[in-house]
Ligand binder design. Structure first.
Ligand code: PMV
Length: 365
């Protein structure tokens, strides 16, 4: 490698929405039809790790190796948009300081790995684009990369991640994060805003249940388009349901009110899958195992536990795939895992250690 080359490596976390984003009002700026809200999961188990390298000796095209498979970045419009936006920021820096190396003119190689199934409805695009933006911002030594979560620079990077994948804008922040849909046509107010840091609600855990780790059938991009074009229920959701739920969910988080949090989370997951079913032709992300998990959670919530006065003990939510994410107070992690193990025993061909990763490493915090 040439001595003049520059490189940066970062990791970015996955976020799992409790109020789902599903629908775009602007396809190229990636502006949503509704606001959404998520929790960023701990990076210990689920993350994207990305290295970006600029080298004056690289030839050919900007290339991304995603989990080992190379692809020219120009093959994806979104990828190209994100790289070009960061390169333009670097070029502006170079224009104002002639001593800076002209990195903006060099070819970039990016290597990105998810330590979990890609495109299986586990929000890999969110952590992936968040990591890409952060890696390039560090590589190019942009002032935005130095800003902490409270800084304006982080919001700028979040807006750039949004151009790659809408949900990625929420992965630039930890804890509980809202993506306010905004009203402006240019997207200036369609931004991710932290609601509360992870340290605010340390008792809340997340369990990720991988039901199927294959690629999902309908991509979120094409699924959202068809939903917006065909579902009358979706229009009702955007207009009359989500605004109130955003309010309820923020209150629930700020008050650490698990009952309110759980009920809103489950109802919103249900409605997201209902608008998928109301899409024509319909989209089915849940399978029989997903539905059996919903039933198990419902039954467990209806079963009294001595000394616990809450209405709910666990909440399920599903993205664009069959895998469940459960949010629950820490005291219920062991009992819920015991139930899962009982009703969905480990397949004989999978080592137990792979089937059950340490649940305490998959928390929100
Ligand atoms: O950002 P995308 O295009 O991968 O869409 C993600 C949509 C959901 O994961 C289903 C919901 C959400 O808000 O994350």
């Amino acid at each position: 490698p040439s001595a003049a080359a520059y490189e940066a490596t970062v990791t970015a976390p996955v976020n799992i929405a409790v109020i789902k984003y599903w629908g775009k009002r602007d396809e190229s700026l990636i502006l949503p039809t509704n606001s959404s809200l998520s929790a960023t999961l701990s990076q210990d188990i689920l993350h994207s790790k990305t290295t970006a390298r600029a080298d004056p000796n690289f030839t050919g095209a900007d290339t991304l190796w995603l989990n080992g498979t190379p692809e020219p970045m120009s093959a994806s419009k979104r990828l190209a948009n994100v790289v070009n936006a960061l390169r333009a920021k670097r070029a502006a820096l170079e224009a104002s300081d002639s001593l800076l190396p002209k990195m903006s003119k060099w070819i970039v190689h990016v290597v990105s790995e998810n330590n979990f199934p890609t495109a299986a409805g586990l929000a890999s695009s969110a952590s992936g684009f968040a990591a890409l933006v952060f890696a390039l911002a560090n590589l190019y030594q942009l002032p935005e990369a130095k800003d902490g979560e409270a800084g304006a620079g982080r919001s700028t990077l979040s807006a750039l991640a949004r151009l790659g994948s809408g949900s990625a804008c929420r992965s630039l922040f930890g804890g509980f994060v809202a993506w306010e849909m905004g009203t402006h046509a240019d997207g200036r107010d369609s931004v991710a805003v932290p609601v509360a840091p992870a340290s605010h609600w340390t008792d809340l855990e997340a369990l990720v249940l991988v039901v199927h780790d294959g690629r999902k059938g309908v991509s979120s991009t094409s699924g959202m388009q068809t939903t917006v074009q065909t579902s009358a229920l979706a229009q009702e959701r955007f207009k009359s349901v989500v605004p109130q739920r955003m309010f309820d969910m923020k209150q629930a988080i700020l008050r650490k009110d698990f009952d309110q949090f759980a009920e809103t989370t489950m109802m919103d997951s249900n409605q997201f899958h209902a608008i998928c079913l109301d899409t024509f032709p319909p989209i089915f992300y849940l399978n029989d195992v997903s539905r059996a998990i919903i039933q198990l959670v419902t039954d467990f919530n209806a079963t009294p536990v001595a000394g616990y006065t809450g209405k709910y003990k666990v909440a399920y939510t599903y993205d664009a795939g069959p895998n469940a994410v459960l949010y629950l107070p820490r005291q219920f992690v062991r009992p819920v895992l015991a139930l899962i193990q009982h009703y969905f025993p480990a397949p004989t061909d999978v080592p137990a250690a792979d089937y059950f990763a340490d649940p305490y490493k998959v928390g929100v915090n």
